[in-house]
Write a protein that binds this ligand. Structure first.
Ligand code: 2P0
Length: 366
């Protein structure tokens, strides 16, 4: 039997962050799995866009106006259990231990999978994020990919990762990248049905190792959800066309920098792409601004480290929090400098693999 106590002693040699993650996962399942139910547990990581997705060529299918490139994070993401049972009379969703009232997006994915499995069984989904939710750190990407994977496997559907990624994309565009390892591209595609609009891994993380810091300056959910912000920008920003055109160029430049392991070009491209996306949002009517004053304290610090020839760079998603990237050789220096800013949370990780199964029993026997 897995208890808090034996987990704690088992993992006492590990760093605090890992212990908390495992303890919290152990504690989060509010409801016992019913003995007769079909269930599956999945973990899916968050992914951070280097070349951002911000614009849709098809709203219903979530097809992007241009390709994007992301990194898959090793330690931060969503732990999700999907459980189908004839004893359930309605669908239920829990996020971080609380009942989710509005699950209209997630249910679309569950319905598509139920249709493929030819079943009408109701589902209970229990999901837990081990990093801030809806704060511009891609929790919808990890959440939706974990949900899709867990439901498909619980329903015994034998679908490829590519197919699961496609199904998940329709509910959260960026979630299609979380299924894959290391550096991931999501191609724009040309076809109206989206069949060529797919994500896949470009290279594994170990090809170009990076340390990633999530600098959390605000934990609370952002004021404008991404989907609304994206459509608003696309509709009202006079810079939108230029944003798309430049992102297409950045997409090609970034792949070259990755293959050549060229950190200097990599830094320049991700910062330029990030600022262009935010400039485009700020030019919307009414303007859309996701930053907080502390956001600029972090970017200012990184710029001053760059002036001292320390290889480090940053990007910011649709929120006030900053993601800082650097080669492993300088991670201690960068960490010490970031700590001086006293952010609400300073989370650290490397690049990792995509969506997968997890099993509490296996953890015990690790
Ligand atoms: C990205 N973001 O590439 C960009 C950068 C936020 C900023 O994709 O409308 O939750 O569900 O497809 O995937 C966040 O958007 O939006 C996002 P929908 P999603 O990661």
């Amino acid at each position: 039997m897995l208890t808090r106590q034996n987990l704690q002693s088992f993992y006492r040699m590990e760093k605090r962050q890992d212990i908390m993650t495992r303890l919290e996962v152990c504690a989060w399942e509010k409801h016992q799995i019913l003995p007769s139910s079909q269930f599956f547990r999945a973990f899916s990581p968050s992914n951070i866009a280097l070349i951002k997705y911000w614009g849709k060529r098809d709203v219903a299918l979530n097809l992007p106006t241009h390709g994007s490139i992301s990194v898959t994070l090793k330690d931060f993401g969503s732990y999700t259990t999907a459980e189908f049972s004839e004893h359930f009379t309605k669908d239920e969703f829990y996020l971080n231990g609380t009942t989710l009232i509005d699950f209209s997006k997630a249910i679309k994915t569950v319905d598509e999978l139920r249709k493929l499995a030819q079943t009408s069984l109701r589902v209970r989904v229990q999901s837990y994020n081990n990093f801030p939710t809806a704060a511009g750190l891609a929790s919808s990407a990890s959440g939706m990919s974990a949900l899709t994977y867990a439901c498909a496997r619980a329903l015994d559907l034998n679908l490829s990762l590519e197919k699961l990624s496609e199904i998940s994309r329709k509910t959260s565009g960026s979630s299609c990248r979380s299924f894959f390892d290391g550096f991931v591209e999501w191609n724009k595609g040309e076809l109206a049905d989206g069949s060529d609009c797919v994500a896949h891994s470009i290279v594994e993380g170990k090809h170009f190792p990076l340390q990633v810091f999530l600098v959390v300056v605000q934990e609370k959910p952002k004021h404008h959800p991404s989907t609304d912000g994206m459509l608003h920008t696309q509709k009202t920003s006079p810079f939108f066309e230029a944003w798309v055109k430049n992102s297409e160029k950045d997409f090609i430049r970034m792949k070259k920098a990755l293959f050549e392991k060229d950190f200097e070009s990599f830094s320049m491209i991700i910062q330029e792409n990030c600022f262009r996306m935010h400039a485009c949002m700020m030019a919307s009517s009414p303007p859309l601004l996701y930053w907080e004053p502390q956001t600029l304290l972090v970017t200012g610090l990184i710029e001053s480290l760059q002036k001292s020839s320390i290889p480090v760079c940053f990007t910011i998603d649709a929120g006030p929090n900053v993601v800082v990237l650097c080669p492993p050789e300088v991670r201690r220096t960068v960490h010490e400098e970031l700590k001086k800013l006293n952010p609400m949370q300073l989370l650290s990780t490397i690049l990792g693999s995509g969506t997968r199964a997890y099993n509490l029993q296996e953890w015990q026997n690790e």
